[in-house]
Design a protein around this ligand. Structure first.
Ligand code: UD1
Ligand code: CA
Length: 465
């Protein structure tokens, strides 16, 4: 058979997902940074299909809103079974000739390789209907792939409809099929709901093709875990664990050290360079990027954050932040959107930074809030400093604090924005800085100390001084 037959992909995603026991459509449950359906589509995408059709039904509006524009959708009005879902896809396949890969939308673990193996076998052996069969435990409630004499599939029988003898078959139907488009169109009108569930089964389309004398193949491919469709939230957790492992394995084989991987979660969109080290209890999400030599963890939670070469992030949370080369963060720092730590800078313990630049070599070592500020190179912020950026009397929005290079602020200063501290200036401990400080000056902005002699004695013993 020619490998240049056209390919279409149909993803069945209209099912109710009753066993999930909740409102969210089953295929929209998030699992490791994507929806269940998102994983299926990500696996199908590299096949380069001429068109991709997603069949929606239960929660259709919500499901369709989650899809990229490149995907076509078809609505199944009533959820009368997976075979009926295929029927609903036919209008979207009008004029298409070639092969149609049909995939269960709850099969988040199907890999591109496995889908490709099904298509390749189907096409190279001139099959009319092909199903992915995976060997598994006969106690599992999956359809049984029943083979005839010449090894072709005779039928796929649902576990609830199977005889004792059929139940003993350990080739299980995984939910990935390939059909000749014309055979699909010919088979759909002949489906009946004469079965235990009273539904139209996609699986019967394979039996119909076999009955018509076409070649029907069962392709054994993929790993045992690919059988796992998501029907309950127990399945969801199990699937997440498999996906998580796959992502970690990919990074480790590419040169990333991951310590205690059972405690680490990395979403598929995260990029990590070789020779980065990820320590236990770390979660990396979204568009996070980690450069070589960075040490992330233990206990780091980073979302959409850039960590440059050789930086160190320990027990800290960051979102939409940048941590420059050689910078150190934590323990217990909180970097919020727009925190931009330049090279060799530091955000230490119990420090919160938002929408601020911390210049090269500058340090915010302890117990501070820095928001809407610019801190110059090599500046040191004393313990417990706060930028008071919220001044409703000055109008909407936050006020900025500008701190020059080589500045040293004393402990426990409040910098009341808008305010500018010049290069090389100092502020005294406990100062409430409300006016600009010239370069090189010392700002003292606190009440002068008064000592009242003998005061304590007077209070305690009533003595007259
Ligand atoms: C299905 C297979 C079973 C296989 C198993 C693998 C059928 C009849 N059986 O069983 O042989 O072992 O998958 O996981 O298909 N759907 C619709 N519209 C509907 C009903 C279902 O779009 O009216 C979609 C679902 O969203 C799902 C897929 O079809 O993605 C399969 O339906 P599901 O109810 O999950 O079938 P299973 O009982 O898991
Ligand atoms: Ca299922």
């Amino acid at each position: 058979m020619t490998a240049d037959r056209s390919l279409a992909v149909v993803v069945l995603a209209a099912g109710k997902g009753t066993r999930m026991k909740g409102d969210l459509p089953k295929v929209l449950h998030p699992v490791l940074g994507r929806t269940v359906l998102g994983w299926v589509l990500a696996a199908a995408e590299p096949l380069g299909a001429e068109r991709i059709v997603v069949v929606t039904g239960h929660g259709a509006d919500q499901v369709e809103a989650s899809l990229p524009g490149s995907v076509r959708t078809a609505r199944q009005q009533h959820q009368r079974g997976s075979g009926d879902a295929v029927a609903a896809a036919l209008p979207a396949l009008e004029g298409f000739t070639g092969d149609v890969l049909v995939v269960n939308g709850d099969g988040a673990l199907f890999t591109t390789e496995t889908m490709r193996a099904v298509v390749d076998e189907h096409q190279s052996r001139g099959s009319v209907a092909t199903a992915l069969a995976i060997r598994g435990d006969v106690a599992l409630p999956y359809g049984r792939v029943i083979r005839g004499e010449d090894d072709r599939i005779e039928a796929i029988v649902e576990a609830v409809d199977a005889t004792e003898q059929q139940l003993a078959v350990d080739e299980l139907n995984a939910g990935v099929y390939c059909f000749d488009a014309d055979a699909l169109r010919a088979g759909v009108p002949r489906l009946t709901d004469d079965n235990a569930k009273g539904e139209l089964y996609i699986t019967d389309l394979v039996g119909i093709a076999a009955g018509d004398g076409g070649r029907t193949l069962g392709v054994v491919a993929g790993g045992a875990e690919e059988l796992l469709g998501i029907n309950t939230r127990v399945d969801l957790a199990e699937v997440e664990d498999v996906l998580r492992r796959r992502v970690l394995t990919r990074h480790m084989l590419a040169g990333v050290t991951i310590s205690m991987p059972d405690t680490v979660l990395i979403e598929p969109t995260v990029e990590i360079e070789p020779d980065a080290v990820i320590l236990p209890q770390t979660m990396l999400r979204g568009r996070t990027r980690i450069a070589t030599g960075a040490l992330v963890g233990p206990g780091a939670g980073l979302q959409d954050t850039i960590v440059e070469a050789g930086a160190h992030v320990e027990r800290s949370v960051a979102r939409d932040a940048r941590i420059g080369a050689g910078a150190t963060v934590g323990p217990f720092a909180y970097l919020r959107p727009g925190a931009d730590l330049r090279s060799d800078s530091k955000a230490g313990a119990f420090v919160e930074i938002k929408n601020s630049i911390v210049g090269s070599g500058a340090k915010v070592p302890h117990l501070s809030y820095i928001g809407d500020a610019q801190i110059g190179e090599r500046t040191n912020i004393g313990a417990g400093n706060i930028t008071a950026n919220y001044r409703p009397e000055l109008g909407r929005g936050k006020q900025r604090t500008t701190i020059g290079a080589d500045v040293r602020t004393g402990s426990d200063c409040v910098l009341v924005a808008p305010v500018t501290i010049g290069d090389g200036a100092w502020t005294g401990a406990g100062s409430i800085v409300t006016e600009d400080v010239p370069a090189g000056a010392l700002a003292l902005a606190r009440a002068r100390q008064t000592n009242i002699e003998g005061y304590a004695d007077r209070v305690m013993h009533g003595t007259q001084a």
